[in-house]
Design a protein around this ligand. Structure first.
Ligand code: P1T
Length: 379
């Protein structure tokens, strides 16, 4: 099965009871047993739920994995991965990443004795000096949030394999339509399914996909033992969202390109961050590992003025000023005061998250309406 077919049919079967084409929303916490242990494969909905299982199979299918796991949020999915570790273990992570991931690592797990190294991974060879016998996990976001850096997954996976370290890739920005990290050597793919997989800004959810049997067994254990699962209604909504992932992504990419090019030619704009530009430092890696360049675009204004950035985001009318990304509607955010406010100013400025940075999640509206909105807001 090819990708577009998988988004609709991957891992799915018609419901055996009445042949319903979509899985019913099994809104139940528990399942009747005829005798203790005498059940039809389902005991309790933290452990298994048929609607969630249908979604988990879809996750596995679209990421070319074997096992999918659904969680109550993207951060809950990341939390499950870090629970594979023990005190004394070390993690090497991209230095530019979602602020909430940074907060989870530094404000929760450093207190549990796990050490994190945040480094620029644009040159994969540089990272070897941060690896020692305690290193158990490499955490990669690509493209990164919000600076749109692109990390070479194949090169990082070669280093991970050489040192017997797990490689996890947060594939939220790219989605499996654009890049499939398990095919490029990663062990774990993670998603904030809140974003493009759900696609309609109506659900908060996380996903993990793996191929390895033992790793899957441990993660399912953690999912059940820690209990951060999503409900059946949300599972249904994300399953529905995935069925149009490929058509939505195609339009996100077209509109993303148009917006990036418009901003790049605007006299008031200093710099546009989008991996489709030939001038992007990792454009060649992006071209090799991604099918297209996505719908996320960040930019700074000339003079790096905080007030000017706030004026622009407040003036937008078609773009909504809001946290999050990946929905059908265009959103704009100011990372320094919103999504990345939990990263100390000196840290975030090192990776480029300055006060004038604006991040756009370009939606699937008409291109002209998006460009005209930016035109009137920037002035
Ligand atoms: O919000 P949640 O579903 O828990 O996912 C966290 C997360 C993980 N990884 C990436 C790359 C993300 O972008 C996010 C969430 N990001 C936002 C809410 C945002 O506006 O950037």
């Amino acid at each position: 099965m090819k990708f577009n077919t998988k988004t609709i049919h991957g891992g799915q079967e018609h419901d055996p009871a009445f042949g319903s084409v979509m899985p019913p929303i099994y809104q139940t916490s528990t399942y009747a047993q005829s005798t203790p242990g005498g059940h039809k494969g389902y005991e309790y909905s933290r452990t298994h739920n048929p609607t969630r299982n249908a979604l988990e199979k879809s996750f596995a299918s679209i990421e070319n994995g074997k096992y999918g796991l659904a969680f109550g949020s993207g951060l809950a999915a990341i939390d499950a991965v870090i629970k594979l570790l023990k005190p004394g273990d070390e993690v090497v992570s991209t230095n530019d990443l979602y602020g909430g991931t940074y907060r989870l690592f530094t404000k929760i797990y450093e207190d549990f004795g796990i050490k994190f190294h945040f480094i620029g991974m644009e040159s994969a060879s540089k990272m070897e000096s941060y690896i020692n016998n305690n290193t158990k996990l490499i955490w990669v976001e690509t493209p990164t949030n919000p600076m749109m850096n692109v990390i070479d997954i194949v090169s990082v996976s070669e280093i991970a394999k050489k040192h017997d370290i797990l490689l996890a890739v947060d594939n939220t920005f790219a989605t499996p339509y654009l890049q499939q990290p398990l095919e490029l050597g990663a062990d774990i793919v993670m998603h904030s399914a809140t974003k493009y997989l759900g696609g309609h800004s109506d659900v908060v959810m996380g996903a993990l996909v793996v191929k390895d049997d033992q790793l899957a067994e441990r993660l399912y254990f953690i999912q059940n033992a820690s209990g951060a699962v999503c409900g059946p209604q949300d599972s249904f909504l994300v399953l529905r969202g995935i069925k149009t992932l490929h058509v939505r992504m195609q339009r996100h990419c077209e509109n993303g390109r148009a917006v990036a090019e418009y901003l790049n030619n605007h006299p008031k704009i200093e710099k546009v961050y989008w991996p489709g530009f030939k001038s992007h430092p990792n454009h060649n890696v992006a071209k090799t590992q991604m099918k297209d360049f996505g719908g996320m675009v960040s930019f700074t204004t000339k003079g790096n003025n905080y007030e000017e950035a706030i004026r622009i985001v407040e003036n937008l009318k078609v773009f909504t000023l809001a946290e999050s990304l990946g929905g059908v509607e265009s959103l704009a955010g100011h990372p320094a005061s919103m999504t990345h406010a939990s990263i100390p100013k000196e840290e975030r400025e090192k990776s480029g998250v300055v006060d004038s940075l604006i991040r756009l999640s370009v939606g699937i509206e008409d291109e002209d309406d998006l460009i005209n909105d930016l035109k009137q807001a920037i002035g």
